[in-house]
Design a protein around this ligand. Structure first.
Ligand code: FRU
Length: 458
């Protein structure tokens, strides 16, 4: 019994060793402002990085460029009780109150790529957009050799990368008086809107030497406007993002759609790593500035090769992750099965021990009962012997009584006859004979005693 108890305790301790129930599972809400390739790349990075951590759940919501939708998304994350928010605010001012609310409720906020109009956030991960604007300015000034007309197609008006990229660009261009920005319009980060802006710029009928679109999507939109408007102008087109892949900015540089683009890292891994450090109360950097670099004909091919390889590696990692997940699931099923089998084994052992114990008990009781039975039988035998003796005794007694009765019957009969024969003549003597007084008295005494004897005989 002690052994099975030990086994049970062992199983329990094994179970408790292997369960993750003590580890808190963190829930991270990711609120993306838009739904485009750049965002998808970031989301993939976040999810891939998250898959390396078993104590993590990530939920992603996309606002499709709507402030209202993004505010609703964040509100619902807050009421869902997320442990941390990763947010790329569509526009700074409208999104500030809801993110300040999250901070007030103790939910850390990691801003990615775009900022709010408040300093109330836990950490920021993204490139320095003012710096990128400056680099574009330097690059453009070089291309233009300090002289030319520029069309600037800006990002969404209320979003911080728009202001910062513009200010960075201007901070350089202002030193070149012969570089003129002849048109500046809000392309809203979107290809179609940028195409419309470029069409408007072309309608000015001024020569355009360079187009600076705040992202590659809008740069492609500007290129489409040039092509579809059958414009004779062939301005240099610069964008930002430099995504890898067949539709990304690097490929666009290679196929000549764009003249240059600037790497704008998505930084999904960094965002998630920072979020995890915050949640695990480890040290982290509040400002995480990601690198940037120009991509043009001089390095696009090398970069493409490298980024393609990185994508392949990432896909491989994804596949390995899936295999690992499968194996982990299999392992956990097998572990559960093992524990179950051990548990069943324990039950069977315990039951067998119980059975053996009760079997032995039963045997012991049976033996005792047998002993008692033998004793009882012995007693029974003795009793029946005694009964037989009693029966013989009572029979003997009965026979003796019978003999006594016969004897008394016979003897009384033997006495009665002579007594009757005495009594009759005595009576007749008393009645018929003349007796002296003394003789009569004696005869009477005789008659009285005969009567006594006869009464006794009766
Ligand atoms: C993606 C995007 C990028 C751009 C960034 C600015 O949604 O438009 O193309 O660089 O956002 O926040």
């Amino acid at each position: 019994m002690k052994k099975s108890l030990l086994l049970f305790v062992l199983i329990l301790s094994l179970l408790s060793c292997n369960s993750d129930k003590n580890n808190k599972i963190f829930l991270i809400g990711v609120s993306q402002c838009s739904d485009d390739s750049w965002r998808k790349t970031m989301n993939d990075e976040i999810l891939r990085e998250a898959s390396f951590n078993s104590d993590l759940n990530v939920k992603i919501k996309t606002a499709y460029d709507s402030n209202q939708k993004q505010i609703r998304d964040i509100e619902s994350f807050i009421s869902e009780g997320v442990d941390l928010l990763i947010v790329s605010p569509n526009e700074a001012v409208p999104l500030t109150p809801v993110l300040e609310k999250a901070m007030k409720e103790g939910i850390p906020v990691v801003l990615v790529d775009r900022k709010t109009s408040s300093a109330q956030y836990t950490a920021f991960v993204g490139a320095d957009n003012f710096e990128i604007g400056k680099e574009v300015g330097v690059y453009a000034a070089n291309l233009l050799k300090g002289k030319g007309n520029v069309v600037e197609i800006r990002g969404l008006e209320g979003s911080t990368p728009n202001t910062e990229r513009h200010e960075g660009f201007i901070s350089v261009i202002k030193d070149y008086p012969q570089i003129k920005i002849i048109y500046s319009g809000d392309g809203g980060w979107l290809r179609g809107q940028a195409q419309a802006q470029m069409t408007e710029a072309l309608a000015l009928n001024q020569s355009i030497d360079l187009v600076f679109a705040h992202n590659d999507e809008m740069a492609i939109g500007a290129y489409s406007a040039l092509k579809s408007g059958n414009s004779s102008q062939t301005p240099q087109i610069i964008g930002i993002d430099a995504l890898s892949g067949p539709a990304g900015g690097i490929q666009r540089v290679l196929d000549g759609t764009l003249d240059a683009t600037f790497i704008y890292p998505t930084g999904g891994e960094k965002a998630l790593q920072t979020a995890l450090s915050i949640l695990r109360k480890q040290s982290y950097q509040r400002e995480n500035t990601l690198y940037t670099a120009v991509v043009d004909k001089s390095n696009a091919r090398v970069l493409k090769l490298q980024t393609d390889q990185i994508v392949q590696h990432q896909q491989r990692i994804g596949q390995l992750n899936n295999v690992l997940d499968k194996n982990l699931t299999q392992y956990s099923t097998q572990r559960t099965f093992l524990f179950f089998s051990l548990f069943v084994l324990f039950i069977i052992t315990a039951l067998s021990i119980l059975l053996l114990y009760s079997y032995r008990n039963k045997n012991r009781i049976n033996k005792e009962l047998e002993k008692r039975n033998i004793a009882i039988n012995k007693q029974k035998e003795e009793l029946s012997e005694q009964r037989d003796q009693l029966l013989t005794l009572s029979k003997n007694l009965e026979e003796a009584t019978q003999a006594k009765l016969v004897f008394f019957t016979n003897i009384s009969h033997e006495f009665r006859t002579p007594l009757t024969l005495l009594y009759g003549p005595l009576e007749s003597i008393l009645n018929n004979e003349k007796l002296s007084e003394a003789g009569s008295k004696l005869a009477q005494i005789m008659r009285k005693n005969v009567q006594v004897l006869m009464k006794l005989i009766d």
